[in-house]
Design a protein around this ligand. Sequence first.
Ligand SMILES: NC(=O)c1ccc[n+]([C@@H]2O[C@H](COP(=O)([O-])OP(=O)(O)OC[C@H]3O[C@@H](n4cnc5c(N)ncnc54)[C@H](OP(=O)(O)O)[C@@H]3O)[C@@H](O)[C@H]2O)c1
Length: 286
Amino acid sequence: MKILLTGGRGMLGRTLRAELSEFEVIPTDLPEADITDEHGINEVIRDCAPDAVIHCAAMTAVDKCETERDLAYSLNALGSANVASACCRNGIRLIAISTDYVFDGASDRPYTEFDHAGGGHTVYGRSKFAGEEMIRHHCPNHVIARISWLYGAGGPSFVHTMLKLADGTRPELKVVSDQIGNPTSTLAVARKLREILNRPELTGTFHMTCEGEASWYDFAQEIFLLAGVSQKVLPCSTADFPRPAPRPANSRLEKMMLRLSGLAPMPDWRQALAEFLAKEFPEKGL
Ligand SMILES: NC(=O)c1ccc[n+]([C@@H]2O[C@H](COP(=O)([O-])OP(=O)(O)OC[C@H]3O[C@@H](n4cnc5c(N)ncnc54)[C@H](OP(=O)(O)O)[C@@H]3O)[C@@H](O)[C@H]2O)c1
């Protein structure tokens, strides 16, 4: 199977290239495959003639999206529409990556794929949700994979930031404890996407985050525990760290569509984190 990646040099794209080695993976990215260039991206996809496109390219800087709204919508909404149109026109299956930010985070339970998602309270979330809607409209043969709290080889990610901050110069670190979600490794996502690639009949929206839940505070504590780093961590509230883009309080995603499609559950987040740390930081002897 031949697979074209958009955003192939990003954090998820790099893991997909490494992990999906049984397929012919063609990574594309800026400047040669700009998703905002409707004709250009159509030509790239048409000339490559892959069996599937995995669409990772996006504007992912959540706070920057608040101040650069046009750019956010141009990439996350219109760029996704361009990729979806090119796939449909050329008879190619599209697997597009989306986010927990499409929900407003106000629910007191994990969101399923059948819950209303309007894009939440951030430009990032709304532009990604607009992109989802355009994909549904332009390309029926699609899978939208919503992921969250992502970390992967090379970063940047929360895991890399925490380990950098714990350099022995800070007696304590304050980490937010009133936002909960599903920390998820790019490797776990790549393995689940392999199963999706091997099930060409599957279409629709799938939540694809690791099992179990954590606050950022729990996540930080687990990172330090597994990495054998002695760093004091104190819980704090979202209000202590105001950000331009308001973070959802509840980012938990229920994987109902994996279950209903007979796919195996995602790994537990602690297990995925342990595997990642051992691979990414072998010098720590994990
Ligand atoms: N990271 C997370 O925590 C997270 C959570 C939930 C969902 N997601 C979603 O997962 C997907 C992958 O995320 P990631 O963390 O791998 O993102 P990333 O590291 O920011 O990678 C995105 C890639 O897209 C490229 N790109 C930007 N503008 C482009 C354009 N106009 N045309 C083509 N490529 C362009 C970027 O290039 P430059 O670096 O040169 O800009 C980068 O290589 C995204 O759809 C994101 O929304 C991520």
